[in-house]
Design a protein around this ligand. Structure first.
Ligand code: AMP
Ligand code: ZN
Length: 472
């Protein structure tokens, strides 16, 4: 598989430290609020990557942290802990907030068919681990104490800015916005490993440490949680593009200083989902969550489909219009699949040939939109329905769009099973076209389609569950 690697800035052949095994780490959510659908774009694309690696036979162990302490409002170690802000907003304790939003995150993931990683570890349960690694970094001369905090000394590294070729506009504002000068730092790029002093003295959670009562910095969490479960050699590290700098850059600095050799082979970064007027935000404008999409009548899997239609290395613009287009396309796909009927044995040779084009797309830097084209090509292929159904079920182990289940459900909505499949496909196609026309407020076209069906002896009924049809 060729996969773009942010470290080498090229598409590299994906290779692992141990043949057949993948150690994979994902930066988890900061659980101070609901995840927005931008955050979830990253988790959807990482989920597809994990599932594809498993699909091709790798034994994957995936670990994710839950950031419940230390992630400050600005990524540059300034500002207030986001968790504390969340707790104050809702008049709850930090731990109550963490529990509530961790659960909410996994509920969203479930709705989007995002698999829970093999290991999920909250930062607050690894304090001893952080203290052990920070102590070792001090011993090795990579960290120093100043003004009560422990800092990582970036001047001790041969190369600190490992990802500095990123598109500036794709890097989050955090490090530029509201950066405050910290006079304790020996070098501008140094970062905090452990805080005992901060302008924000009301930090709720603090722990005893050799340097006094305090709390960990955000970056050390991921290095330690990753190494705790996946050892000194990591194959694949994922996150949204805003995490590349400073978060991942700092993870590499401290992990490699600690283990004394190269740490992670492959860095996978997902570009941002933006709105038409810019960055996705939890505070400004409409707070776009999975629940909001559901309230507006969208199946969360329509959002997953929307994400898969674009390449993960391109920024994606969210608008309801774009989502509606994805919805129409998803429904049309389901409708086509619902017209398939098992008709004997699957053709193995044809199966392998069509599967190869799906794999070719995925092997080319996880090209999910071409993988979806491969699904459409299966539907058009000159093979029996059993082969088509087997292929679609097989691809859906990776895409996780519930294609077969949804198609079955659709089939049960209409008395289609004893109908000519071609007629059913034609009707479903007409229904999808009518929906698209209605969405564009082209009611004349919508009526024309309804009349055309009527002339064929088919009546449509608009119900809260969608459009149903029956023979007149
Ligand atoms: P956070 O909860 O802020 O720690 O972020 C969780 C994940 O979402 C991280 O991998 C971020 O890099 C990613 N992320 C943040 N904003 C966006 C966005 N607009 N689009 C895609 N991914 C994002
Ligand atoms: Zn992280």
């Amino acid at each position: 598989m060729q996969l773009y690697n942010s470290l080498t800035r090229t598409k590299d052949e994906f290779v692992t430290h141990e043949p057949g095994k993948v150690s994979m780490y994902t930066c988890g959510p900061t659980v101070y609020h609901y995840a927005h659908i931008g955050n979830l774009r990253s988790y959807i694309m990482e989920d597809v990557l994990e599932k594809y690696l498993r699909y091709t036979g790798y034994d994957v162990k995936r670990v994710m942290n839950i950031t419940d302490v230390g992630h400050l409002s600005s990524d540059a170690d300034t500002g207030e802990d986001k968790m504390l802000k969340g707790a104050r907003r809702e008049h709850k304790t930090v731990m109550e907030i963490a529990k509530f939003y961790t659960d909410a995150f996994f509920e969203d993931c479930k709705k989007l068919n995002i698999k829970t990683p093999d290991v999920v570890e909250p930062a607050t349960s690894c304090i001893d681990e952080f203290i052990k690694v920070i102590s070792s970094l001090i011993e090795k001369g990579y960290a120093y104490e100043a003004g009560g905090n422990i800092y990582f000394d970036t001047s001790k590294l041969k190369q600190y800015y490992v990802f500095n070729n990123f598109e500036e506009e794709d890097l989050q504002d955090g490090v530029r916005e509201g950066v405050e000068k910290d006079d304790n730092k020996r070098n501008k790029a140094d970062f905090v490993l452990w805080f005992t002093k901060s302008k924000f003295e009301d930090q709720e959670l603090k722990w005893e440490s050799p340097w006094g009562l305090g709390y960990p910095g955000w970056h050390i969490e991921c290095s330690c949680i990753s190494m705790k479960h996946l050892g000194e050699y990591l194959d694949l590290h994922c996150g949204g593009i805003d995490n590349a700098f400073p978060h991942h850059t700092n993870e590499i600095a401290q992990s490699e200083a600690y283990v004394g050799h190269a740490w992670c082979k492959h860095w996978f970064h997902v570009l941002h989902l933006n709105t038409n007027d810019g960055k996705m935000s939890k505070s400004k404008g409409e707070f776009l969550t999975v629940s909001l999409l559901e309230e507006k009548g969208y199946d969360p899997l329509v959002y997953r489909y929307f994400c898969l239609l674009s390449h993960y290395r391109k920024s994606l613009v969210f608008s309801y219009e774009n989502l509606d287009n994805a919805k129409a396309a998803y429904e049309k796909l389901i409708s086509r699949i619902s017209s398939l009927e098992k008709d004997g044995e699957a053709d193995e040779e044809a199966f392998e040939k069509l599967k190869a084009s799906f794999c070719e797309a995925m092997d080319n830097d996880l090209n999910t939109s071409l993988a979806i084209t491969a699904v459409h090509n299966v539907l058009k292929a000159d093979v029996n329905d059993s082969t088509k159904l087997a292929l679609i079920a097989d691809f859906d182990r990776v895409l996780s769009l519930d294609l077969i289940n949804h198609a079955e459900k659709k089939k049960n909505e209409n008395p289609a099973s004893d109908e000519d499949p071609e007629l059913v496909a034609k009707i479903n196609d007409a229904i999808a076209k009518r929906a698209a026309a209605k969405k564009e407020k082209n009611y004349a076209e919508a009526d024309r389609i309804r009349d055309e069906l009527k002339a064929m002896g088919i009546a449509l009924e608009d119900t809260p569950q969608g459009v149903k049809w029956k023979k007149i």
